[in-house]
Design a protein around this ligand. Structure first.
Ligand code: MTE
Length: 321
């Protein structure tokens, strides 16, 4: 019998690297110094891929959609990227340095569950398919502080369109990466990893629900949830899940990370309401981070015109945190 013995680099077409993993050779050479040459070939490749300049950098700054305006100045970028919640990298606000361990490429998004066809798509292919724009959004954390951020990205509705959910799907459940080897917080087994969040399909297709790929006119930073994070500005900040790897369409209401951890304090809807206190503190006002200022919090964080209709008839549900 004649057996064809392939050498390592002679792989059959069907095993060839998918388009989203193919590296631009020039970018690769530009990004790698002689240092990488001293590593083993496998390690060097991994190192080179993660060190590449962002392959979608040319798309920023995206043009601003003037429809979304602020009632306060944009938070200084340095402040925004040094006061964060990203429990995968620790439970303090100073996680920016630890988050640098996050490897952003290759990054594959899985879309599955109750959809016409499950699919996996590389982040760069996804971003290039989508209409990027910049939006100024307020962000209100359940801890009673707020910021204002120029996000870039695309409507979550566009991803739902791409996913083609079945009519029986009622929710989209989103998941953050799971890799305790780079995220020390994920070694703490009392937390329900991976971080999970969910929205109804009606919420996900509301025009305000936004998938963030950039901030401050460039690709979004690691600590802010690169390469893909959610922004749902009418809800408490914990709903805005970072570093997403999976969108699962389902008819079961997803149990979010915080709900799984502490259901007496955090629920599914988590809409902002200054009149409904958190069990341990008031939600009536918020501290504008970096501005030394407190302001009254607005119902739906001031976005009621866009979203209040989503909750008509649901008054008996626990809509507020
Ligand atoms: N997503 C993941 N994966 N892990 C987190 O710890 N924290 C949430 C949300 N998304 C969190 C997350 C909380 S509580 C808030 S307030 C925002 O991210 C913080 O976003 P920021 O650091 O960009 O301000």
């Amino acid at each position: 019998m004649h057996v064809i013995r392939r050498r390592g680099w002679e792989i059959p077409e069907r095993f060839a690297t998918p388009e989203h993993l193919v590296l631009n050779r020039r970018a690769l050479l530009a990004a790698t110094g002689a240092a990488a040459l001293s590593l083993s070939p496998k390690m060097a490749l991994a190192q080179r891929i993660s060190d590449l300049p962002d392959p979608t950098k040319d798309l920023y700054p995206a043009s601003r959609n003037e429809k979304y305006t602020l009632d306060r100045p944009v938070t200084d970028e340095k402040i925004n990227t040094s006061y964060n919640n990203f429990y995968e990298f620790g439970s303090s606000k100073s996680v920016a340095k630890a988050a640098q361990a996050l490897k952003l490429r290759p990054w594959t998004i899985k879309i599955d569950g109750m959809v016409e066809t499950a699919q996996e798509i590389g982040i760069d292919d996804l971003i290039r398919k989508m209409p990027l724009e910049e939006r100024l959004y307020r962000h209100r954390c359940v801890e009673a502080w707020s910021m204002a951020i120029p996000w870039s990205g695309f409507p979550l509705a566009k991803l739902v369109e791409l996913a083609k959910p079945l009519s029986s799907a009622k929710y989209v459940r989103m998941e953050t990466f799971l890799d305790p080897s780079i995220a020390p917080g994920q070694k703490q087994s009392w937390y329900p990893w991976p971080y999970v969040e969910g929205l109804t399909i009606a919420e996900a297709t509301n025009e305000l629900a936004f998938l963030v790929t950039g901030a401050y006119g460039k690709p979004v930073s690691k600590v802010q949830g690169a390469p893909l994070r959610l922004a749902v500005p009418w809800k408490y900040g914990f709903k805005s899940i970072k570093s997403i790897v999976r969108f699962n369409f389902t008819d079961q209401r997803p149990k979010s990370y915080w709900e799984a951890l502490q259901s007496a304090e955090y629920g599914f809807w988590a809409n902002v309401n200054p009149q409904v206190p958190h069990p341990r503190w008031s939600q009536a006002t918020e501290e504008l981070i970096g501005r030394n200022e407190r302001r009254p919090t607005l119902i739906f964080n001031g976005y009621g015109d866009h979203v209040a209709d989503l909750y008509r008839g649901l008054e008996n549900e626990r809509l507020w945190a």
